[in-house]
Structure formats: C-alpha cells, structure tokens
Design a protein. Structure first.
Length: 332
C-alpha cells in the first residue's frame, strides 16, 4: 500500500510512518516543518520506500499530486498546542479548516480513503464524562480564543462527514486524547515533555491553574495501532472514534509522579491561568474518553500504563539531550 501522511514530520506522523514502513508499505510525507521537525524523520530518509515533500498542505497542486500517487491518506497536519492556539488564533483556524478543505477535495477526485485526526478538545466544556462520540459538544463563547481550535476541528469533522454522506468519499474521523511518547516536545503547551524536561534539569515543575484538572494520557504506540487498525477496517468509514486511555490523573498528580520517576528535587509551583494565557482563559476540568466504540470495532484497548508512558518519555530525554525542540502537529 502507498500511504500519504500530511504532517508526517510531526510527533505522531513520524511514528505512523515508522509503522507502515515496518509493515512493508510505501510512505509519502507532506510537511512544511512549521511545527514538525526534520529530526523526527531523519532516521527514515535512507529507507527506499520513504519519500517526503517539504511544502504546505495548503498548496493544492502538491497535495493533489501526492494524493494521486497514494492509496490512502492520513490528514494529521494541524495547528495545535494551547499556547499556539491562544497566541495565534488566525493561524489556528486557517491552518485547520483550509488544510482539511484542500485534502478532502483532492481525495474526493479519486475517492481515496481519508482518516482525519481530530481532537478531544471538541467536547469543550461538556460535563458528560466519559465522552461518547455521539455526545453533545459544548464549546465556550466565541470571545474566548481558547475554543477556536476546538471549533476549527469540529468544522473539519463536519466537512469530512459531509464528503462521505453527499459524495461517498470514504472518511474516518478520530478524536485523540493526549497522546504522549518519544519525539514529543513541550513547546506550545504539551504538558508531559514539559514536566519531564523541568524535572530532569532541576527547574521548577510549573502547573497552570490549581492542578485539579484531569487528563488521560495515551502512549503513541497505542495510538498508532488504533490508526492503522481503523484505516484497514471497512466498517470504520463514515464514523467518529475516540482514541485514548481511561487512566485518569490530575495535573498535580502527574507532576508528582514525574518528579518521583526522575528522582528530581524540583519544586512544584502553580502559575495562574491569567499569567500564562491572559485574562478569561477557560480549561476543561476533565477529559476522559469512552472507548467502547473503537473496542467493539477493532478490539482496541491501551496497553501501556501511565508510569510506562512516563518512563519512555524520561528515557528519551535522558538519552537524547539534543532532541528536537520544535512542536508537533497532533497532540489531542
């Protein structure tokens, strides 16, 4: 199979490329390196079935050419990360919405199957936990820039599903919940690598808010297995699936576990949201997925515990002190 991955030089995209190349498939990557890094795919460039193009997903002719060469498309390219979302809302909205438009239009011409990566952010302020794919999305006010990312990804979902229903383009939607692993960096707000780097260097571990907000972290290897499984399964077309873990932890507990696992003496400090992101910032108090739908289809269940996930990230930064410092395009 010939596989196209937009945003393929990012954290998740590069691991997905690894998986398909190891399976014997041919992989094409499109990335403008605005948030990805060439370091993430440097180890792949000598492999004969690996190809990459440094260009924006907004470049319609390039996207069309690559789509024509491939059998399936993973659209992972997106603006992501709380810091980027708050500081650059125009870039966030335009990158996410227009990028999806270009990819879906190109894929539709030849009816190439597309898996589009969305995010748990679309559930917004919903209190109906655990989040089900058919649950209501509760976004905050448009005056709160925090929600521009969630809204833009929800539009991507609506568009992809419309292409399936109206034009029979086979599309699959996934909502990623806090994917973590080697090659992820802390720039633009990714919490686990940020905490790990702070702990390893003895700097204060900085928590935004009171630390009572909870998340469920998923190892990138589990996410990749789910993505490949959904792309291979014909029953996934036209559907939305959560991908994540149900092992819930507060951010305060996460900081304490990172400090323990790294044998660090770092102080844990709290920074008000207003100081980090400006006045009026809103956050999701809990983010827990219901995984029954994806489990029923492909038998998915996460294999790695939080301590195993943290151990992998700690080892990565200990072994690679010059690891890439640029952010990644998907972190749900």
């Amino acid at each position: 199979m010939r596989v196209l991955i937009t945003g393929g030089a990012g954290f998740i995209g590069s691991h997905l490329a690894d998986a398909y190349l190891d399976r014997g498939d041919e992989v094409f990557i499109l990335d403008d390196l605005s948030t990805g890094s060439i370091d993430n795919i440097r180890h792949l460039r000598a492999r004969p079935k690996f190809h990459y193009v440094i260009e924006s997903v907004h470049h319609a002719s390039t996207v069309a050419e690559l789509v024509d060469q491939c059998d399936v498309v993973f659209h992972l390219a997106a603006a992501v990360g709380v810091k980027l979302i708050v500081e650059s809302p125009v870039r966030t909205i335009e990158t996410n919405v227009h990028g999806a438009e270009v990819v879906l239009a190109a894929a539709n011409k030849k009816k190439k199957k597309v898996l589009l990566a969305s995010t748990s952010e679309v559930y917004g302020l919903s209190e109906d936990v655990p989040f089900r794919e058919d649950g209501n999305l509760v976004l905050g006010a448009t005056s709160k820039g925090r929600w521009s990312y969630a809204c833009s990804k929800a539009i991507d979902e609506f568009l992809a599903l419309a292409y399936w229903r109206e034009r029979k383009l086979p599309t699959v939607l996934v909502r990623l919940f806090n994917t973590v692993g080697p090659r992820q960096t802390g720039q633009y707000g990714m919490v686990v690598p940020t905490f790990v780097k702070q702990a390893l260097t003895g700097r204060p571990i900085t928590i935004y808010g009171d630390g009572a907000q909870s998340r469920c972290f998923t190892d990138v290897s589990d996410v990749i297995a789910a993505l490949v499984g959904l792309m291979d399964h014909p029953g996934a077309v036209g559907e939305v699936y959560n991908i994540g873990s149900t092992e819930e932890v507060t951010i305060r507990q996460l900081a304490e576990r990172v400090r323990t696992l790294t044998d660090s003496t770092s102080e844990i400090v709290h920074i008000p949201y207003e100081q980090a992101y400006g006045d009026g910032f809103e956050d999701m108090p809990r983010r827990v997925p219901d995984l029954s739908k994806i489990h029923a289809l492909i038998g998915y269940q996460p294999r790695k515990s939080l301590d195993q996930i943290l151990g992998g990230v700690i080892d990565f930064f200990r072994d690679a002190p010059t690891a890439p410092t640029r952010p990644e395009p998907i972190a749900g």
